[in-house]
Design a protein around this ligand. Structure first.
Ligand SMILES: [Zn+2]
Length: 91
């Protein structure tokens, strides 16, 4: 009799939503770019080797858990790096 394969390599994966993440770099003076969604700032953190803090935003739409973080590129402060995490459940 075969079967009963034991999978010991099961890792604790993050939720699918957490894995959907994308970042881009933009040359801008603006701290917050208009991307069509409304965001609520909920945090700020000092970043190592970067004089500019990293700002955290949450989609202001109720029930939507998309987050984004915005920080200046430490190597070239004229660029802003925006990272989105998750997918909007609305338009
Ligand atoms: Zn949203």
């Amino acid at each position: 009799m075969s079967g009963g394969k034991c999978r010991r390599d099961l890792k604790k994966y993050k939720t699918e939503e957490e894995l959907i993440r994308f970042a881009f770099r933009t040359k801008t003076d603006l701290e917050i770019m208009d991307d069509g969604y409304k965001w609520r700032k909920y945090g700020k953190k000092k970043v190592k080797n970067n004089p500019n803090p990293r700002n955290y935003f949450k989609c202001s739409n109720g029930g939507c858990s998309v987050k984004k973080r915005v920080e200046r590129d430490s190597e070239d402060p004229s660029y802003v790096i925006t990272t989105y995490q998750g997918l909007h459940n609305h338009i």
